[in-house]
Design a protein around this ligand. Structure first.
Ligand code: HEM
Length: 394
């Protein structure tokens, strides 16, 4: 095997990632890609081990291909280690506990209903534009208080946050990021309503006033929560519809057994991890599965591969909404950086699937789906589909 055969970023591996990941898992628990100079961790036990061992595999030097490097700004939660990470997480965590998320439920459910009704009335839609994107746009407005700019602008900004950190990043991605931060400073924050999470973060420093008032920590905390919640959840919803086009029996089952919806959300997340990968970096020599990893190494936990590891998920390439351990997927990460917004993402997805199962008999492909060129995010840019209405739905 040539070293380049390992490359996660080669076009074939991006288009058909699961065959590539299966090959990597067979090659061993940890593989060094000498061309990219990264250590790949494709198996479930080892990838979750890396995420859990946050003392040896740190986030403070960056969690993406690019790393933090000499970048001036860092994302306050995801690119910090304890004790700074602990302080910042404590300041915002209260907004994501059961009580506050349940308070959002009626409005999220109403938004899901309205989006589903409109989509079914249209019949033939691009599922990305008509279903996947509008849900998180609305949810993040409800959560933060920020009135979004146009849907396309928000999609571009959120996409750029991730792609600016990839091997194929361009200057345009960085420009879009700066545009987003400028909009937040000049328009978004000044326009916030009186009581909202956005104001709590920027004016009071979070629930326990733990965020520093000087510098950009408050603004960057709000920015990273806001933008992290758009593309990720949109990717998940688009992937979900894509999966049900391919697996109509699972849709039928879900329509017959709506009690399975929460588990289906976990299985859909397992089946197609929106963030394929997250990095960690070492500061001292350590080991993974008996292999020595040097200091200053970039270690890539391949979440999307871990989720298809047959040692954890029997028959992993099968979408099975009844899978018992679906919830052990790594799509939200694990340990101290476990996705802060996961309760909200789960609420959005269950609400949307509930409304769609009530109205849609089946999904029929009406054109070629287009996958995003993102090298990190597994998502559709466009997914043309016909929503065949359920009996009794106009
Ligand atoms: C399906 C949707 C989502 C997926 C797949 C996802 C995935 C992830 C993953 C894998 C991590 C861990 C990264 C790491 O370990 O380095 C993470 C962290 C994070 N996510 Fe999400 N996310 C989603 C939705 C959201 C939403 C809706 C929000 C905001 C409301 C959000 C905000 C965050 C934040 C702030 C972190 C950093 C947490 C920390 O470092 O302590 N995410 N997410």
């Amino acid at each position: 095997m040539r070293p380049s055969d390992l490359d996660l970023y080669q076009p074939e591996a991006l288009l058909d990632p699961y065959a590539h990941y299966a090959k990597l898992r067979e090659l061993g628990p940890v593989l060094f890609d000498p061309e990219r100079e990264i250590w790949l961790v494709p198996g479930y036990a080892e990838a979750s081990g890396v995420l859990r061992n946050h003392k040896e595999f740190v986030s403070g030097d960056g969690v993406t291909y690019e790393g933090v490097g000499d970048r001036l700004e860092r994302y306050p939660l995801i690119e910090n280690d304890p004790p700074v990470h602990t302080r910042i997480r404590r300041a915002v965590q209260p907004a994501f506990t059961k009580g506050p998320i349940e308070q959002l439920r009626p409005a999220i459910e109403a938004a899901a209903k309205s989006i589903a009704e409109k989509a079914v009335a249209l019949g033939e839609i691009d599922a990305v534009q008509a279903v996947a994107q509008p849900m998180p746009d609305k949810a993040m407005e409800l959560l933060t208080g920020l009135t979004p700019p146009s849907a396309q602008t928000l999609a571009d900004w959120s996409d750029a946050v991730v792609r600016a950190q990839e091997p194929a990043a361009s200057a345009r991605h960085s420009e879009l990021l700066i545009e987003a931060l400028n909009w937040l400073t000049e328009v978004g924050v000044p326009g916030l309503p009186a009581h909202c999470l956005g104001r709590l973060i920027t004016e009071s420093g979070g629930a326990n006033r733990g965020l520093e008032a000087d510098g950009s920590e408050r603004l960057m905390t709000l920015a990273s929560i806001w933008l992290a919640g758009i593309d990720s959840t949109g990717a998940m919803l688009g992937n979900a519809i894509g999966a049900f086009i391919e697996h109509p029996d699972q849709w039928e089952l879900l329509r017959a057994r709506p009690d399975l919806i929460p588990n289906a959300v976990e299985e859909l997340l397992r089946f197609e991890a929106p963030f394929r990968i997250f990095y960690r970096r070492t500061r001292a020599e350590t080991e993974i599965g008996g292999t020595t990893i040097p200091a200053s190494a970039a270690v890539c936990a391949v979440l999307a591969s871990a989720n298809r590891d047959p040692r954890q998920f029997p028959d992993p390439d099968r979408l099975d909404v009844t899978r018992e351990n679906a919830r052990t997927h790594l799509s939200f990460g694990t340990s101290i950086h476990l996705c802060l917004g996961s309760p909200l993402a789960r609420l959005e997805a269950t609400s949307m699937l509930t409304e769609l199962t009530r109205r849609v008999l089946r999904f029929e492909r009406t054109g070629e789906p287009v996958r995003s060129p993102s090298q990190t995010m597994r998502k559709f840019d466009s997914l043309p589909v016909r929503l065949v209405p359920a009996p009794g739905v106009a």
